[in-house]
Design a protein. Structure first.
Length: 256
């Protein structure tokens, strides 16, 4: 059975006071292990404080990005080793805002993925097409190109990997992919994993959906066979809506 993950990507939001407040509210609501894993992704400056607040709690911590080198003259960058050091378990790699605003290429994303795995983190690799690519029918080709680098890894190396399908046109727009659209792409991704790594890994691989996930749509998304949780942006900034999403996910956990 795949344990779903609900991950809250705070992006460049929440200062110290908001971080403490939001984590406090989440800890009060989720004090014991449930059917769903929960992770939050605050900004770099608040990771250490967040890690201390989350000590001994069920909510896991992640970072939003990392650099591919372990250390050295890379002004402004943060390595996987540093993220482990401050208590992160997860790191987001290749988020569409990194790919599109900061022009990260598939090659750079692959280097980051290698660095994350080397550091013992669980990378959440984001893939997804733009609206133009969906409309011209090249979406599977685009996602296949984003997955391609994975074939360089061994089965052992990528057991810690989590995937997230995030159609770019659904991120922060209020437009969610329909459960059918999301399921079709998740099934495509799982088939790709199966072709390259076999049944064991494809049955086990967690594939999250991301893009305008809200309390109102989590259940219909999670009801689809290949959707194993969500990477939530905007709705993770409010304890009420993030908790309602976690609750919805718990109610739709499937036995697979
Ligand atoms: P959103 O963001 O939920 O605000 O659409 C999702 C994401 O960027 O991971």
């Amino acid at each position: 059975m795949r344990t779903p993950i609900i991950a809250g990507n705070w992006k460049m939001n929440n200062g110290s006071a908001e971080t403490r407040e939001l984590i406090g509210q989440l800890i009060r609501r989720f004090s014991c292990r449930s059917k769903v894993s929960i992770a939050i992704f605050p900004s770099f400056p608040y990771l250490y404080e967040s890690s201390r607040l989350l000590e001994g709690k069920v909510i896991r911590l992640g970072a939003q990005d990392l650099h591919w080198e372990t250390q050295g003259a890379f002004t402004g960058e943060v390595s996987g080793m540093m993220l482990r050091d401050v208590g992160c378990d997860y790191v987001i790699v290749g988020h569409s805002e990194r790919r599109h605003i900061f022009k990260e290429s598939n090659e750079q994303v692959l280097l980051k993925l290698k660095a994350a795995l080397r550091a013992g983190l669980h990378p959440i690799l984001c893939v997804g097409e733009t609206l133009e690519e969906r409309e011209d029918g090249s979406m599977e080709q685009v996602v296949r190109a984003q997955l391609k680098g994975l074939s360089e890894f061994t089965l052992e190396e990528i057991t810690n990997l989590v995937l997230a399908y995030e159609p770019v046109w659904a991120i922060g727009t209020g437009k969610t992919a329909s459960p059918e659209e999301a399921q079709n792409m998740h099934a495509f991704i799982r088939r790709w994993i199966q072709k390259h790594f076999g049944n064991y890994l494809s049955d086990k691989m967690i594939i999250l959906y991301g893009g305008s996930v809200k309390p109102e749509n989590i259940k219909e998304l999670m009801a689809r066979p290949d959707i194993d949780g969500a990477l939530v942006g905007g709705a993770s900034l409010d304890a009420g809506s993030f908790s309602a999403i976690i609750q919805g996910a718990c109610e739709t956990v499937k036995e697979n």
